[in-house]
Design a protein. Sequence first.
Length: 442
Amino acid sequence: MLIDRILMKLFCKNESLRRVIYNRVSKSGLLNPEWYLQNYTDVAAANIDPLEHYLRYGWKEGRDPSDCFSTQKYLEKYSWLKKENICPLTHYCMKDSNDFKSSLWNDFFKSLLPFSKQDKGDLIAEDVKEDDENPKSETWGFIKNKYLNIESKEVNFEDLDKTCVGRLRIGIGITKFEACLLPSKVKKLYVFFTAAGNGNNYPTFHRASWAIRFDGICLCLDDPARNEHVFEGAAFYFGDKNHNYLDYALNIVRKIQSVYDIKSEDITFISSSNGGFAAIYVANRVPGCKCIALNPRIDITKRFKKQFNFSDADILQMRERLDVTNFLHNEKTKFFLYFNNENELDYLHCKRLINAYGKPVRNGLTCLSKNIMLLVVNINAVDPHLVQPNWNFVKFIESIMGKRLSKSDLDLCYKLVDNMRKTAQIDIIKRSLSDSLSEAKK
């Protein structure tokens, strides 16, 4: 009973959930629109929808939805409904059915689907079929077991060749990069930088599962600085004052490019947050490539000045290692930057970037310059920083980079944004429900 009260309260307070309830009450037949308008002429005169009026106001005023249901008698039986501001007819339609715990949730989640499979068109992934000649055509589980769930192969940077696939520990300079390379016959290279703090598991290969979605070689690189520094938070592939790990990462990418004879135009860097910073930095040094950075950090000067106690002279000397704003002026490399400004820190980095171009911060998809596409959104979530485009959205992003945007491009982009918004809404509801249940158990 307590659980039902919590669920009922949650459903009635959430706008999207309430729309589902309205639909259920309407189908019940217990609210007769004609009877309601005939008996309550003030509602008819005001030209208000009977269902909307009763569920929002009518029951509070003691009105009945039809001659088949008594609001007053029902409230006498369930007195707590009035205190919780829950409509008695809503409660009646759900209290004794499994709808409340199963089909009602299903209806709600279906209502959140942004568009049909047909609308998505080419964004729907083909069924992954097995092909012994192309290991990436296997299922992700197969790839994970074959290439990731194994011991890392030690290899020096100079010795990288086509036999170096799967888990690698690449020695370069003063450090070793944990990496994962998934081969393909397609001469394209996707580079994914891990975006994680020092407190997370090492090594971690973010978006490695995207390998089955992208046609090309996939190289995942974790930040060795995460395993070397003792401070909390992201290490940004910084290395130390005298050794730039991002330059090391660039050399690894260049070596793989050479081994597989890949053109710069066929290289795409993808990452987020601190990994987004790394993607921008390295992509700037590979003219002609593409870079997709999601909620990236743009200027980390203040953070590292405090973290390493750098002097002003140090900061001046390492400026390019701490601020990638000027890198984006490289017109040969195509950049796509996404920011969810619902997160305060993401907003600050977005503002830092856009102000450098003398433009105001505005939501939507725009071209910041000839080579920079910018998507700014405001999506509330449990953690707004983690609200980022998924693999099919990123594939769409890659397809529109460097081209003139059409209306259909914009429409599809905003549908995909709406998908993220609705997914975030589901997470908020789940968190709210979990918190309510935990509170109820105390």
